[in-house]
Write a protein of this length. Structure first.
Lengths: 310, 310
């Protein structure tokens, strides 16, 4: 009897699912480093929350360890289940533009997160942070708290993201009494940042502040500074809002009292917004550009996810 | 017994409500004309949908017939229940900026929709349409479908919104073979548009297309054109995505085959996004700028709300 009831229930449920359930496919890089680890965490959290909130929406999260693997995920999507919407954080703009175009041509709504495609007309919705503001928010803090002095800067990998952060920082300091002594690439990598900072420390006897334009690099900077026992450095700041750095901000750390967000949780914003369109026909075609406000002891809770790897 | 059980349930529910329920207050103009009628409709729909989706979020919609009344609503909010978030479409920027600032100072998250405040730093989230695109999307259609010819334009009330729409239209036509014969103000009003169009018809023996930068005005234009029996006009286009015009687009109307959205449902996007922040800590500080894509027979369903007054 129970088995039969189960079978009937299944038979009854299947057409309802096919007719009424809308599917959001989420395609993101696997957790190969801190920030993408955060993306995976928040995508999975958003999937759970959105499914609980909207019983007629299903969210399927796919992680890919490479651009080639991500292309494969998209090919599968087009071939098998045509999702109502695709939320994608592309591994690279170049390799994913064509495959995303194919998904769009199958009638799927396209939400692009963080890295834009090479052809902007493919995206229906774009969600990203503001890298200029990441730089200028940090510079503004130094202008207010330091006023004048000598600063060294560590930048990441030559990309638009990195260029914009540096430009925002430099433009905000222009004409001020804060001088940039040196800027070197450290590949958004903790070990590379450790080495670059060791060089800076050897080269410059007096450094008032350090800006590593990413919190992974900031950890390397702090290690180098501590090992050297240098006490001239008043501020060592990063960016992105990594959990360990937010904890420092919450504790009122003297050297690192602030951070600026470029939050991996933006994937969550993109998934919720796509769901708002599918559930309530809320208009979402367009652009969402998230601010990079100053994270301080007072508002740090808002940017803190104790269970996230990032 | 039932009465007692009810009382116990109430006693049990009250503290849970006070502790856990987050409140979004929505403050919007009353339904004094078509577009604001749509805003009220979509705000109430969003309140219902968001409350159903997130049992721990309450949404309270307040409509105000004037700027003074809206200021009163905000004063009440600060004095009585401090909402977790305020979603506001301000009656006017000037009169509402100070009162919204007071709500923010009480610790409330501020989402501003459509009309910005005079001080942008007050808003946490800003949701608006793209008025430049409203003009350029329309001009692009005329370039593709008309190629060359003479156009008359009706504009609304001297405001930034109106200026941007006209600028987007003019810039897109610059250097083309489409000439703007005349541009006159008609106050985003159907009757005024009827009169302005009568003047245009009397003055210009050959008009290839008319652009009224709002669908209310377009209705007046169509009436004047029909009464005059003029057959030279190939296209009469509007903007905003009013229901009556979307219906024409769906029917494949020859004179009005497209529209461009400046949707009152953007209030819905703002409410959903604010709820995403309260429910899932999704980052939403920043700006949402909605596109104004071409609404055609093929995609009109997406922009159509048969139960809305607009």
């Amino acid at each position: 009897m129970f088995a039969l009831a189960g079978a009937v229930a299944l038979l009854g449920a299947a057409p309802a699912l096919a007719q009424d359930t809308k599917v959001i496919a989420v395609s993101i890089p696997a957790a190969t480093h801190g920030w993408t680890g955060g993306v995976v965490y928040h995508a999975e959290a958003a999937a759970k929350e959105v499914k609980a909130a909207f019983p007629n929406i299903d969210v399927i999260v796919n992680t890919s360890p490479s651009a080639v693997a991500q292309v494969g995920v998209l090919e599968d999507l087009v071939a098998t289940r045509k999702p109502d919407a695709l939320v994608i954080l592309p591994f690279t703009s170049e390799e994913l533009t064509g495959p995303v175009q194919s998904v769009k041509e199958a009638g799927t709504f396209i939400t692009v997160v963080d890295r834009g495609l090479t052809d902007e007309t493919i995206q229906d919705l774009y969600v990203a942070g503001d890298n200029i503001a990441v730089g200028s928010t940090t510079a503004q803090f130094l202008l207010e708290e330091l006023g004048k002095g000598d600063v060294v800067v560590l930048r990441g990998i030559p990309t638009v993201i990195d260029d914009e952060r540096i430009q925002g920082f430099q433009d905000a300091l222009e004409g001020s009494d804060i001088k940039i002594l040196d800027i070197q690439y450290a590949n958004w990598n903790r070990d590379d940042a450790f080495k670059v900072m060791q060089d800076f420390l050897a080269k410059y006897p007096k450094i008032d502040a350090v800006w590593a334009n990413d919190d992974d690099m900031l950890l390397g900077v702090l290690e180098a500074t501590q090992q050297a026992g240098r006490t001239d450095i008043k501020f060592a700041l990063g960016a992105n809002g990594m959990k360990e750095i937010i904890e420092k901000v919450m504790e009122g750390d003297e050297i690192t009292p602030i951070s600026t967000p470029y939050p991996p949780s933006m994937i969550k914003t993109a998934i919720y917004l796509t769901a708002a369109n599918l559930n309530g026909q809320a208009p979402v075609r367009g652009k969402v550009i998230l601010d990079a406000p100053r994270i301080t002891k007072e508002n740090a809770q808002e940017f803190y996810f104790p269970d996230s790897p990032f």
